[in-house]
Design a protein around this ligand. Structure first.
Ligand code: GLU
Length: 463
């Protein structure tokens, strides 16, 4: 069975880069009918892991991703790690090192002065004497001193590390007994049954150390996929300014979960030249083997394009529900269909859509002066009054086409062009020159409100 995991450190929120590897891991597990697990890497106890876990679960919930099983917290597993530390000590695969900080610093300085790589020199590796007094030892693992460690990476191919270039007998438990990062990651991935690790390639340099832990304990090494970073348009690492921010901020900005996930799946993965992927298609088609070898570029226009695509294609009833967090209660609005149809093509985000809706529903409190100047000529009041009377004289008006018809009648009757009614009517209804089709606007606000808005502007500008 394929078991993947997402293993964030508790920074308090889920960011774009993390979400992308989470999505890849999720999709691969789902495609294979496997499991997608969540582990909070909270060995740094100063941070609040509960809050971090909640933030992640909340973001997952918004996006429709779900993890399997209980969340694993590293901070609660010291007893488990202690068992494996003891096992390595008992088997002579790890040892106590009594070197003091001063000694380590002196060694490092000497090595740097000799232009050597700074590393622990193994002086307690085979120590059998009497340990110095008053020093609480750290535990170091016996790492291979020579030879190669090969990371068989599904994205990068075989990555070969020379043991003497990168390894030393690294610490697996500090002098207070607390285990170190690379040690617990390997233990947990094994105990959680993780078969494939998909993570950012900023972790590639940790992998040889984790492989040393796996091999020392006789564990099977999982498959690795190290995913290249996301860069901004200048080719630099993504910063907060260009999107490396809390995923929930994308919700606030009005992005739909579908657009964000579709955007992320394409950041570093492709399937031919297909751009639009439904969740089902992603689950069907995703394969970490097709992850690109080079960094991907974060492109806001692409995200906006995807978001408008999804907004245009969501059913009106779903869209109405999705607009609720933006303060729009449209689910039982009788003109919901006309309203959403009129705006779907115009909005890049749900937030923008919500403000466009409000621009229609809420009568203008003031008018754009320039628009008034441009639209209002000597005969404007007569034209608007003519139209208003036609509206008032009609019994029922429902559809945009009903209003269009009345506008047509007015221009025909008065022998004028459409612009002569369109422009002032637009200012009367919306307060400005831009906005969606007027016939839709009137159908949405209804007959009485249409009359009222015409009367209001005439009171102000043609009393
Ligand atoms: N905790 C690490 C991070 O948040 C991930 C480690 C891993 O995936 O192995 O970057």
């Amino acid at each position: 069975m394929v078991v993947t995991r997402f293993a964030p450190s508790p920074t308090g929120y889920l960011h774009i880069g993390g979400l992308r590897t989470a999505l890849f891991s999720y999709l691969w597990a789902r495609k294979n009918g496997g499991k997608f697990l969540l582990r909070i890497e909270d060995t740094d106890k100063a941070r609040n892991s509960q809050e971090a876990a909640e933030a992640i679960v909340k973001a997952f919930h918004w996006l429709g991703l779900e993890h399997d099983g209980e969340i694993v917290y590293q901070s609660q597993r010291d007893d488990i790690y202690a068992v494996y530390i003891k096992r390595l000590l008992d088997e002579g695969k790890a040892y106590k090192c009594y070197m003091s900080k001063e000694e380590l610093d002196a060694l490092r300085e000497e090595q740097i002065a000799n232009k050597e790589r700074a590393k622990y020199d193994g002086r307690y590796r085979d120590f059998s004497g009497t340990p110095p007094e008053g020093v609480e030892p750290v535990i170091r693992i016996k790492a291979p001193l020579s030879g190669e460690i090969v990371v068989r990476d599904g994205v990068k191919g075989d990555v070969v590390f020379r043991a003497e270039d990168i390894l030393d007998d690294f610490v697996i438990a500090r002098s207070d007994g607390s285990p170190t990062y690379n040690f617990v990651v390997a233990i947990d991935d094994h105990l959680m049954g993780v078969t494939e690790v998909i993570r950012g390639d900023d972790h590639l340099s940790n992998t040889p150390k984790q492989i040393v832990v796996y091999e020392s304990l006789g564990f099977t090494v999982p498959k690795f996929y190290h995913v290249p970073m996301i860069h901004n348009s200048e080719g630099k690492k993504l910063s907060k300014r260009d999107g490396a921010t809390d995923v929930m901020a994308y919700k606030e900005m009005g992005y739909t979960p579908q657009a964000l996930l579709n955007f992320l799946v394409r950041l570093g993965w492709s399937h031919g030249d297909q751009e639009i992927f439904s969740m089902d298609e992603m689950r069907e088609l995703f394969n970490p083997k097709n992850i690109n070898r080079s960094a991907s570029i974060y492109n806001t226009e692409k995200l906006d394009w995807l978001n408008s695509h999804y907004i245009k294609n969501i059913s009106n009833s779903t869209l109405a529900e999705m607009l609720e967090p933006y303060g729009l209660l449209l689910t039982s609005h009788d003109k919901k269909e006309i309203l959403l149809d009129a705006l779907k093509e115009r909005a890049k985000t749900l937030k923008e859509m919500a403000s466009l809706v409000n621009e229609i529903i809420i009568a203008p409190v003031s008018y754009d002066e320039k628009a008034v100047e441009k639209a209002f000529k000597g005969d404007t009041a007569d034209i608007l009054n003519n139209f208003k009377e036609k509206v008032a004289a009609c019994g029922e008006l429902h559809l945009p086409s009903d209003y269009h018809h009345l506008m047509q009648n007015t221009v025909d009757e008065m022998g004028i062009g459409f612009g002569k009614i369109g422009q002032p009517l637009r200012v009367a209804l919306l307060g400005k020159m831009s906005g969606p089709g007027l016939d839709s606007v009137m159908a949405i606000i209804g007959k009485d409100e249409t009359i009222l808005r015409i009367e209001n502007i005439l009171k102000k500008h043609h009393a």
